[in-house]
Design a protein around this ligand. Structure first.
Ligand code: HEM
Length: 415
């Protein structure tokens, strides 16, 4: 072992505290563990899998996010260095850096601008009401299955210009690819993930071939028209890009809705506070984003060494950080687990920061505003069905598998 290697092994040993991003804890239990780590060892080394440093403080996480291209790269965006989503090369743009990343952001940013997104408002409102129509007369629903999952899915389908009839399949593939199958062996779950990735790839490649001859003004058409180094994007690049757009657009919004409703069901006074005045909704959504932040990014050191907090991490070391941990750092958010809609405005990190800050931020905020508003209008009171325990998962995007709500049955009419 070289002197450097011995020093690194010492550093890892001094900060060793193993961590399983996929453990079976609930989100609240996992957050409690992150809080304890923050108090006792805010930067720790987990030897599990290929080994990763785990960050818990707002400042450490923000400083890493800001330094993409300057000390860190974002490929692989997975602590085990695997490729659970089945990308051909790298997920585009989230696992690219430097000029390649800039090329894709320049292509995509205008397609997700506030103006383009605002044009979707009527379509999204109609879609939200279609899903509410599906359960409102029953007085009960699985909120995840019947709203939180299909509504963002339909939004992505509209934006991409894909047939809405394929929504069910796409949601199922996305869920399996991201979270595997609950209640079966690890091998069975991984096999199901592989099958879902293969089927989704076949679907996206068919769609790319069909759409090349049938271009319009949707996101798919714009990326099919794009040229890189004088040639259209290859099928592999298009696949890695479309796959990421679907994964990023579905799971995150779904998780924010579902986690929010879990909290609102337990604290109904918050559901009223959100709508106390026309100005109440926006800050309430930001506070719910702070509390429910689902994403858990990973970065790798590419400079000789970089400073993270009080530690100097050498090239090749990987860092992994739940954004929800940054968002609950008491240094910035007093009583961090409490939902307080009029907190002093310290920007949360739910959408990340720096070069990879979420491309879909305007779309996500619009979906949340429309979704909450339409649900409030048509389901003004609800409670959690205490006889059914919600299922939750951790991983690279924390979320809720099902959430049963009870409410007064409402009319089918939309207004
Ligand atoms: C509440 C909803 C959402 C949350 C909390 C969220 C969160 C995030 C976060 C934290 C990142 C950065 C990850 C990293 O640095 O490794 C990110 C990136 C990204 N998000 Fe979102 N997202 C949401 C909704 C959406 C939507 C609706 C889309 C639209 C399709 C989207 C598309 C993307 C894309 C393409 C990236 C990669 C950007 C890049 O690498 O430059 N997101 N998102």
């Amino acid at each position: 072992m070289s002197v450097d290697q011995i020093a690194l092994e010492d550093l890892r040993a001094q900060h060793r505290r193993d961590y399983d991003p996929y453990n079976n804890a609930t989100i609240a239990e996992h957050l409690a563990e992150m809080a304890q780590r923050r108090r006792e060892m805010p930067i720790s080394y987990s030897a599990r899998g290929n080994g990763t440093w785990v960050l818990t403080r707002y400042d450490d996480i923000a400083s890493v996010l800001r330094r993409n291209n300057r000390g860190f790269v974002s490929n692989p965006n997975d602590p085990d260095g695997g490729n659970p989503q089945g990308a051909q090369k790298a997920l585009i743009p989230i696992e690219l850096d430097g000029d390649e990343h800039k090329f894709y952001r320049r292509l995509l940013d205008p397609l997700f601008s506030p103006q383009r997104v605002a044009a979707l408002e009527d379509q999204l409102r109609a879609a939200a009401n279609d899903f509410i129509d599906g359960f409102i007369e029953r007085g009960e629903c699985d909120f995840v299955e019947e709203f939180a999952m299909p509504f963002p899915g339909a939004t992505v389908m509209h934006l991409m210009g894909w047939p809405l009839k394929d929504l069910g399949r796409l949601n199922e593939w996305t869920g399996t690819i991201q979270h595997g199958i609950v209640g079966v062996s690890k091998e069975e779950s991984q096999a199901a993930q592989g099958r879902a990735a293969t089927e989704m790839r076949a679907y996206l490649l068919d769609l790319i071939a069909e759409r090349r001859t049938n271009l319009g003004d949707d996101v798919t058409s714009h990326v099919l028209r794009a040229e890189k180094d004088g040639a259209p994007l290859s099928d592999d690049d298009l696949f890695d890009l479309l796959l990421l757009l679907v994964l990023a657009g579905l799971d995150t919004v779904q998780s924010t809705f579902a986690q929010s409703f879990m909290h609102l069901g337990r604290q109904p006074e918050l559901w009223d506070q959100m709508f106390a005045s026309p100005e109440s909704l926006e800050p309430a959504i930001e506070e719910l984003l702070r509390i429910a932040a689902p994403a858990v990014p990973t970065r790798t050191v590419v400079h000789e060494s970089v400073q993270v907090g009080e530690l100097e991490l050498p090239e090749g070391e990987r860092v992994h950080f739940p954004l929800a941990a940054a968002n609950r750092d008491p240094a910035y958010y007093p009583d961090p687990d409490r939902i307080v809609f009029d907190r002093a405005p310290k920007p949360h990190l739910a959408f990340g920061m720096g070069p990879h800050r979420c491309l879909g931020v305007h779309l996500a905020r619009l979906e949340l505003r429309i979704g909450f508003t339409e649900l409030r209008r048509r389901m003004p009171r609800f409670s959690l069905d205490e006889s059914r325990t919600p299922t939750e998962h951790l991983g690279l995007a924390w979320g809720v598998g099902n959430l049963h709500l009870l409410f007064e049955p409402g009319p089918r009419e939309r207004s």
